[in-house]
Design a protein around this ligand. Structure first.
Ligand code: ZN
Length: 266
């Protein structure tokens, strides 16, 4: 037997596997941004308050293209304005405030990512060496923000777990499935991965994210002081992301009737 054959097949399979996608803020960063955005949005939209978990989950679920087995789903699609409008139309039509809060969280995510794109242009290329994969930047930002996370990581883990195969969240899963043409396994897979990573504490979160994004060979160097220093001060970028997220959520609500006059179904 040709001894090179297995090597050939390993290479062929590796080439076939989807490349780790370029990513923006990681789930932890999004959870921190969502926490701040919620504090701005809720006083003017009190109907959001009882649906905090749906809002938090929506703010992480928008990266559904990272779900295991979802190479058919692109970030361009999950973050498209059309997708967001489609979700909002369905949530409005359903008169389900949990679904509406979920979509507002999704809008915050999409608006916040615009700020990361600007951050990536400023800090991205070469910050950790020319071989560093693009996804390492979001991972390293997450690592740097852990001391600022407060309860955000656990809150996101609980929100994802609550929406994992629960009858109460079935309408949300069905809505996402219809609008983005994703199967239930993709949605549940992302909820499971998020819950598992976030509920194990910061170390497990970083380890699981590194494994999922195939970053393990690079993470030690990304935590070294020079690399951390190269990331710069994240405070103004977070502020910009929160601003972008809040603006996007408000623009969405303006584009359709406010649900405040709807019947309370809880
Ligand atoms: Zn995103």
């Amino acid at each position: 037997m040709n001894m090179r054959a297995p090597v050939f097949w390993a290479c062929a399979l590796a080439a076939w596997l989807p490349a780790a996608p370029a990513l923006a803020w990681g789930p932890l960063s999004h959870a921190i941004i969502a926490q701040r955005a919620f504090a701005e949005l809720a006083p003017r939209a009190p109907w959001l308050a009882p649906h905090r978990d749906a809002f938090d989950w929506g703010a992480a679920c928008a990266d559904l293209q990272e779900a295991p087995g979802a190479p058919y789903l692109s970030r361009a699609r999950t973050h498209a304005s059309d997708s967001l409008r489609g979700l909002w139309r369905e949530a409005q039509a359903s008169h389900d405030r949990g679904a509406q809060a979920f979509v507002v969280g999704w809008a915050v995510h999409v608006g916040a990512d615009d700020a990361f794109d600007a951050y990536e242009s400023a800090h991205g290329p070469g910050w950790a060496g020319k071989d560093a994969p693009p996804a390492l930047l979001g991972w390293a930002v997450d690592a740097l923000l852990i001391p600022k996370a407060g309860p955000a990581l656990t809150r996101l883990g609980r929100a994802a777990a609550m929406h994992l195969e629960s009858p109460a969240s079935a309408p949300i899963a069905a809505m996402v499935g219809r609008v983005l043409a994703v199967d239930d396994a993709t949605y549940q897979g992302w909820a499971r991965l998020t819950a598992s990573a976030c509920l194990g504490g910061p170390d497990r979160y970083l380890a699981e994210r590194a494994r999922a994004l195939r970053l393990e060979p690079f993470t030690a160097a990304a935590l070294e002081p020079p690399a951390r220093l190269a990331l710069g001060d994240l405070t103004p970028w977070l502020t910009r992301a929160v601003r972008g997220g809040v603006d996007r959520a408000r623009a969405l609500a303006k584009a359709a009737p406010d649900p405040r006059h709807e019947k309370e179904t809880r």
